[in-house]
Design a protein. Structure first.
Length: 186
């Protein structure tokens, strides 16, 4: 009986490995580590995520992309706010507008956010207003952690070709599917 059980267990394990390799090859599934809090509280510091590469990103999705730094390319994770042809504006009222439509507070906040009033994307006061027209083939991204995120406000647009993929499952510190915001799948 024990020999038969080990044989069945070996077959099941072998099939699971085949499915895993197919998923990596076909869907571009991979695991990444997020060391910083730039996307907190949606993605806490020191998170581990599963990602998929063969997807088309939509505004509101959390995306992975390559960002060129002096030391070489670095993988970043941010929220896609706008794509080529869209106009982004951050006004002194602390809201972000895309094509003149305000993105509402709950679109920025994780349901468990400790402060339902998100912090401003600008500390420049009521007179502050900045606007960007996203060129074709480019993305405008922002971090969910408004005060601790190096994003398009600082390094401008990212190229579509630098898009890596989207996270879809958190392994730690929480375990479960990733939640989307801005109208992306929850």
């Amino acid at each position: 009986m024990t020999k038969k059980l080990f044989t069945i267990l070996g077959i099941v394990l072998g099939l699971a490995l085949v499915v895993l390799f197919l998923a990596v090859g076909v869907y571009g599934v991979g695991q990444i580590h997020i060391p910083t809090g730039a996307m907190a509280p949606t993605i806490p510091p020191d998170s581990r995520l599963l990602t998929e590469a063969r997807t088309s990103p939509q505004p509101g999705d959390i995306i992975l992309f390559w960002h060129q730094e002096s030391s070489g390319p670095v993988r970043y994770i941010k929220r896609l706010i706008a794509i080529g042809g869209q106009r982004v504006q951050i006004k002194g009222d602390c809201y972000v507008y895309v094509d003149g439509q305000r993105l509402w507070d709950d679109a920025f906040n994780h349901p468990n956010h400790p402060n339902p009033q998100r912090q401003c994307y600008s500390q420049a006061g009521e007179m502050f207003s900045e606007e960007w027209l996203v060129p074709q083939g480019k993305f405008f991204v922002l971090g969910d952690n408004t005060n601790s995120s190096l994003d398009s406000r600082y390094f401008s647009f990212i190229d579509e070709k630098d898009y890596i993929g989207k996270p879809w499952f958190m392994l730690s510190p929480r375990f479960g599917p990733m939640n989307g915001y801005f109208g992306s799948a929850r």
